[in-house]
Ligand binder design. Structure first.
Ligand SMILES: [Zn+2]
Length: 437
C-alpha cells in the first residue's frame, strides 16, 4: 500500500516539483502561451515580486563600492564552448561548465558558466533586449548563465543566489558583417534552422571574443529571476553598461533563420519578456567617481577660482591703500602667494591654518575687525578651493602639479625643480601607423 502511494506521488507530483528552465510549455507570440499568460502557466514564481527583466532607471541607481572587477576563468579558451542549439525559443550555446566560470564582481561565490543564449526582436523594426535602460531597448541581449559551483542543479534553482546571469546589450550598427566573430557565429544559424538542431562549435571562438568593446568593470546589479518560465527568483543579475556592437545585417539573421519548430513553422521572433515591476528593489552600480576632487566639474572649479581670485585682488588693492593691512597681509604671505598655496595641497592645510592662528593676535592689533573678517573669509574660501583642487599628492610636497588648473597644469610641469618634464625623451607620444608616401 505504501509503495502504491509512493508511486502515485512520484507520478503526479514530481513533474511539478522539479523545475528547470523551459519545462513549462510557454511561448512568446501566441496569445495562449505568451508572456501575459506565464503567471497562469507557471504561477509559482512568474507571479513573484522579484521578477526579471526590469527597466533600469539610471537616476535611481545607488552606488556600491563592493561592485569590483570580475574574475573570468576560461572565457579566453575556445575549447569550453561545445555546441550551438536551436531550442525552439532561442539559440543556446552550451558550455562544458568545466574550468569556465566567473567570480568577483561583488558575487559571494564561485559560479560555473553553463550556457549562453540570446533574446532578439524582429528585423530592424522591433528591438529585442529584455532589460531596458531609462526605457531604451537595444536590438538584442545576450545572457551568460552561471550556476553556483557549490550547489547542485536543483539547489541552484531554488537558492536566491543560485545563478549569476551576465546580461550584455547588443547594439545594431549600420556596417556589414562586423565583428568577424559575430559573422562566424551567425553563419552557424543556417545549420540549426529546426528546433533541437545543433552543431559542434568546439575550438571556434571564445566568450571573450564575443564581448569585444565592453568594459566589464562597469555594470548594474540587482536581484531578480529567470526571464523564462518557471521564472525562478534565483538570479544575481549583472547588466553591463557598454554594448556589444554588431552589424544590423548579422542581427537580422536571428529573426530570419531559426524556426520555432520545423522549417514550415514561424521564425523565432521577439523572444523577450517585457519588463517587470521593480517592487522596491534597488539597482546598484560602481560609484561614478573615485575621489572627491574629480566630483567637481571643471567649470564649477573655475567659477570658484574666479570668485576667490577676485576677492584676493580686492584684498591686495586694500593692501596698497592701507599700510597696516599690507603689513598684515605680508605676514600672511603664505596665504596670498598662489604658488606657495598650490604647493601646499590638502595635507598642508593644517600647517597654514596654524600659521594663521599663531599670527592672529598680531594682525588683530594692526587691522580693523572688518579687515580680519575679510581675510578669514578669504582664508576659508581658499581652504575650500585648495581642498577641491585636483592637485596630485606627490611624495615630495614641493612638486605640486595638476591637470586642469592653469597654475599647475601640464604647461607648468617643466618648471618643477629637479623634475625631468623638460627632457628630450618624454612620454606619451602619438604612434603614426602609416608609412610616409
Ligand atoms: Zn535569457
Amino acid at each position: 500500500m505504501v509503495n502504491v502511494q509512493l508511486v502515485f506521488f512520484l507520478i503526479t507530483c514530481l513533474p511539478f516539483t522539479v523545475y528547470s528552465e523551459g519545462s513549462v510549455d510557454y511561448c512568446y507570440t501566441l496569445p495562449a502561451c505568451n508572456a501575459s499568460m506565464w503567471s497562469t502557466l507557471s504561477p509559482k514564481y512568474c507571479n513573484g515580486t522579484r521578477q526579471s527583466p526590469i527597466n533600469i532607471v539610471t537616476a535611481d541607481v545607488k552606488a556600491d563600492i563592493n561592485l569590483t572587477a570580475f574574475n573570468f576563468t576560461g572565457f579566453n579558451d575556445s575549447s569550453h564552448l561545445i555546441n550551438i542549439e536551436n531550442t525552439g525559443k532561442s539559440v543556446k550555446i552550451l558550455s562544458d561548465a568545466l574550468n569556465i566560470g566567473v567570480s568577483g564582481g561583488g558575487l559571494q561565490s564561485q559560479y560555473n558558466t553553463t550556457q549562453l543564449h540570446f533574446h532578439w526582436g524582429n528585423g530592424s523594426s522591433i528591438n529585442g533586449s529584455e532589460h531596458t535602460v531609462d526605457g531604451q531597448q537595444y536590438a538584442m541581449e545576450m545572457h551568460i548563465v552561471n550556476s553556483r559551483a557549490d550547489l547542485n542543479a536543483t539547489a541552484a534553482l531554488s537558492d536566491s543566489t543560485g545563478y549569476a546571469v551576465l546580461g550584455f546589450f547588443i547594439e545594431a550598427t549600420n556596417d556589414t558583417g562586423k565583428p568577424e566573430v559575430w559573422k562566424n557565429l551567425t553563419s552557424l544559424l543556417a545549420n540549426i534552422t529546426k528546433e533541437a538542431a545543433s552543431v559542434d562549435i568546439k575550438n571556434q571562438f571564445t566568450i571573450d571574443s564575443l564581448l569585444q568593446g565592453v568594459d566589464r568593470t562597469k555594470y548594474y546589479r540587482y536581484r531578480g529571476s529567470l526571464t523564462t518560465p518557471t521564472c525562478n527568483e534565483n538570479v544575481v543579475w549583472t547588466v553591463f553598461k557598454d554594448t556589444i556592437k554588431v552589424s544590423k545585417n548579422l542581427i537580422d539573421l536571428f529573426s530570419s533563420t531559426v524556426h520555432t519548430n520545423t522549417t514550415t513553422d514561424p521564425f523565432i521572433i521577439t523572444n523577450y519578456r517585457p519588463v517587470q515591476a521593480l517592487n522596491g528593489r534597488v539597482v546598484t552600480s560602481q560609484p561614478t567617481t573615485t575621489a572627491a576632487p574629480s566630483t567637481i566639474p571643471s567649470s564649477a572649479l573655475h567659477h570658484t577660482l574666479s570668485v576667490s581670485t577676485a576677492l584676493l585682488c580686492l584684498a591686495l588693492f586694500r593692501c596698497f591703500v592701507s599700510v597696516s593691512v599690507c603689513t598684515a597681509v605680508k605676514d600672511l604671505g603664505v596665504i596670498i602667494n598662489p604658488s606657495l598655496f598650490f604647493e601646499a595641497h590638502v595635507n598642508n592645510i593644517t600647517r597654514i591654518t596654524l600659521f594663521y592662528l599663531r599670527n592672529i593676535a598680531k594682525i588683530r592689533n594692526m587691522m580693523s575687525l572688518q579687515d580680519i573678517e575679510k581675510l578669514v573669509f578669504l582664508l576659508l574660501l581658499y581652504l575650500f578651493v585648495v581642498w577641491f583642487l585636483p592637485v596630485a599628492t606627490s611624495a615630495d610636497s614641493s612638486k605640486a602639479w595638476c591637470y586642469k588648473f592653469p597654475l599647475c597644469d601640464e604647461s607648468t610641469w617643466s618648471l618643477i625643480p629637479k623634475a625631468y618634464c623638460n627632457g628630450s625623451r618624454q612620454s606619451p607620444i602619438n604612434i603614426v601607423t602609416k608609412c610616409p608616401g
